[in-house]
Design a protein around this ligand. Structure first.
Ligand SMILES: Cc1cc2nc3c(=O)[nH]c(=O)nc-3n(C[C@H](O)[C@H](O)[C@H](O)COP(=O)(O)OP(=O)(O)OC[C@H]3O[C@@H](n4cnc5c(N)ncnc54)[C@H](O)[C@@H]3O)c2cc1C
Length: 520
């Protein structure tokens, strides 16, 4: 994926694209893969970097959603469990099984959760990840050595999927590109153009790097901007009523010692009646999340003190050694693009199903859903978009389409396993230039070659792109990420042809951004 090359090809094209997708999150990238692999001409425009929005800020679970089972949304759970299986099959380098233990402190919990999780497993059918099981107190302690032991009776273990969200997103963008799609990051859509009959026929965008205006024609425009969907809908109709009820969720990351085993903890009922997870992720412990309605989405939402306190309080109820604010290595916030309902009492009660909405102008908006179901959402959106644009009918092929990096045994690449089959090329880079094999920071496993790779092959344009989404340093340890920034800037400058001024500005901007990922 070379941005300059894609930009030039977009500029040269005179005929309208079959489909222009606005938004480079899971939903938009999924649609680009679907459209391109069916054989349509597709252009995707992302205002910032791919995955800058919610899609790099999830709990990293590929799951059916035990909570939705409790809410009785069986069809959503079944669909998500099936998609979970398809995703593990198509991207085994990024999706792995994870054991989740529900610790039991009351007598009724083992039979209650034991039964519920059996049903969860049955619903997965042939896409199952492993049988759930009731654990004795000793078995629970063996899996969760740091769990609070006072009153502990035992637990229930079940299996779900875990992934690296922004790595999958970058791999989806690469898959789309391999199938013929054009994708531009740092290209913000600022207007929509119309035919004389009022139907949309294209978009106006700004190249955020040069300020240059880009106008492209489209047979159909798809709005896949997640939490920002209403702002884009209002480009077509300033009086459009809100479709989205944004709600933010916070995650805190701690040292691995807080959860040293290979199992996650699932808390089925927090004080506010939701679920919470503590998960081993990239050698750290990820804990979250919250569900707090917010008035307006922003690209860098901030955690409220109450949300941080709530996560720490819940963790303290379950962990032998309670983590404190001083233990937080990184705090990140994502915004759920939930679809409004007049009947829901809270955003936690809003459905996680996706919705497709077509405005009178022909703008197709797809919102809601989950990362886990992105493929199914894309198939659905593309079926509707093709009808709307009267495109020739073509069958969806993504159910069995390998995602870029596909490798059945990527674990053998150690710290490079998330790159899947690309790990070999990164190893070659290190062999050809041994200094590139050096680590960027003692606290994190990332090496210099990954920076070169991100800038050369994965369209990373800034330090943030590399440290937040190509590797996950900012999300794992914000302080270490700041210390890595000058070296990342120098490596990127050499690769992309930038001067020292660029490096200085980049380091300043990243340091400022990273301060939001640290608790003062
Ligand atoms: C806290 C939290 C935890 C979650 N955990 C899970 C989980 O464990 N498993 C799971 O399956 N799901 C999870 N989800 C849900 C999942 O992350 C989201 O459903 C999904 O990421 C939404 O993707 P999206 O592409 O619709 O939105 P986004 O990822 O936000 O993408 C929208 C993109 O549109 C771009 N954009 C906006 N305006 C414009 C414009 N004018 N021009 C160009 N681009 C524009 C934005 O920059 C953004 O990148 C979680 C969500 C949250 C908030």
């Amino acid at each position: 994926m070379n941005r300059a090359e894609m930009l030039s090809r977009v500029g040269q094209r005179e005929e309208p694209w079959d489909i222009v997708v606005i938004g480079g999150g899971a939903t938009g990238a999924g649609i680009a893969v679907d459209a391109a692999s069916r054989g349509y001409d597709v252009l995707l425009l992302e205002q910032h970097d791919f995955g800058k929005g919610t899609s790099s800020r999830s709990t990293k679970l590929v799951h059916g959603g035990v909570r939705y089972l409790e809410q009785g949304n069986i069809s959503l759970v079944m669909e998500a469990l099936k998609e979970r299986g398809i995703l593990r099959q198509n991207a085994p380098h990024l999706v792995s099984d994870l054991a989740f233990v529900v610790p039991n402190y009351d007598w009724w919990e083992a039979p209650f959760y034991g039964l519920g999780l059996k049903v969860y497993n049955v619903l997965a059918g042939k896409y199952g990840f492993g049988d759930s099981q009731i654990l004795s107190r000793e078995e629970t302690l063996a899996r969760l050595p740091t769990i609070r032991t006072e009153g502990l009776r035992g637990g229930v273990v079940y299996y779900d999927g875990q992934f690296d969200d922004s790595r999958l997103l970058i791999n989806l963008a690469q898959t789309a590109a391999e199938q013929g799609a054009m994708l531009l990051n740092y290209t913000k859509v600022i207007g929509l153009t119309r035919e004389p009959d009022g139907f949309l026929d294209g978009v106006v965008a700004i190249d955020q790097e040069t300020g240059q205006e880009i106008r492209v024609g489209a047979k159909v425009v798809v709005n896949a901007t997640g939490p920002f969907s209403d702002a884009v809908r209002r480009l077509a109709d300033p009086s459009a009523a809100s479709l989205i009820a944004p709600s933010q969720g916070v995650h805190l990351v701690f040292h691995r010692s807080f959860l040293p085993g290979r199992s996650a903890i699932m808390v089925p009922h927090t004080r506010d009646g939701r679920v919470m997870f503590a998960i081993p992720w990239h050698g750290h412990t990820l804990v979250g999340t919250t569900d707090t309605p917010i008035p307006e989405p922003t690209l860098e939402p901030r955690a409220f003190d109450e949300e941080v306190a709530f996560i720490l309080e819940t963790a303290a109820q379950y962990l032998h050694q309670a983590p404190s604010r001083a233990d937080v290595l990184s705090v990140s916030v994502g915004i759920r693009p939930l679809v409004r309902s007049d009947n829901a009492a809270s955003t936690a009660a809003l459905s996680r199903d996706h919705t497709i909405h077509i405005d009178p102008s022909g703008l197709l908006t797809i919102a809601g859903g989950k990362w886990t179901t992105y493929r199914h959402m894309a198939e659905d959106a593309m079926n509707q978009a093709a009808m709307l644009a009267r495109l020739p009918e073509k069958t969806c092929v993504t159910r069995t389409l390998n995602i870029h990096g596909f490798h059945p045994h990527a674990e053998k690449f150690g710290p490079l396993s998330v790159y899947g089959s690309d790990a070999l090329a990164i190893q070659d880079l290190m062999r050809a230039h041994p200094p590139l094999a050096q680590r960027l920071h003692p606290a994190l496993p990332y090496c210099r070659a990954e920076v070169v790779w991100a800038a050369r092959v994965e369209m990373a344009r800034s330090i943030e792109d590399v440290l937040a989404r190509r590797c996950r340093a900012l999300f794992l340890n914000a302080h270490a990420a700041v210390e890595m920034a000058p070296e990342v800037a120098a490596l990127m400058a050499a690769e992309l042809g930038h001067d020292e001024g660029w490096q200085r500005r980049e380091v300043e901007a990243f340091t400022q951004l990273a301060s939001q990922y640290q608790l003062s």
